[in-house]
Design a binder for this molecule. Sequence first.
Ligand code: RB5
Length: 159
Amino acid sequence: MVLYQQARKEFYMKIAIACDHGGYHLKEHIKKYLTEKGIEIVDHGTYSEDSVDYPDFAEKLCHDITSGESGAERGILICGTGIGISIAANKCKGIRAALCADVFSAKMSREHNNANVLCMGERTTGVGLAEMITDTWLETEFAGGRHQRRVDKIMALEK
Ligand code: RB5
């Protein structure tokens, strides 16, 4: 994570985060973890363990990312498994959400797919691994080139 820490000194970063009740504790953990690194966090809830519907929180965060409302460039979504919230996020225009439970996928989702939303599951991914996935995802840039053509084709599927 050396590159990321160096980059953090040079670049300002604002990240949006949201979850349902199944992802509440991991959301709070990642929020604190990133805040301590100097990253500004826009928290779209949920704010307790009370039962809520994950599509509502996916929609809030995705709207923020695509409208530029808060200025957050990318987002992190967390539910129990990460599955429901990633399915919901990928229904939102302009969103490329990647459900990651390992560091390699986190890296590839940025390098090859230019994912603008990272999804994780609190009930499937421990906090230590979630921190590593988050660091990797935030520090990895899109490779462009042949991958740009493929990402353009993904986005064309929205029409
Ligand atoms: C909520 O119980 C749970 O279904 C949700 O957090 C998520 O895992 C859905 O995919």
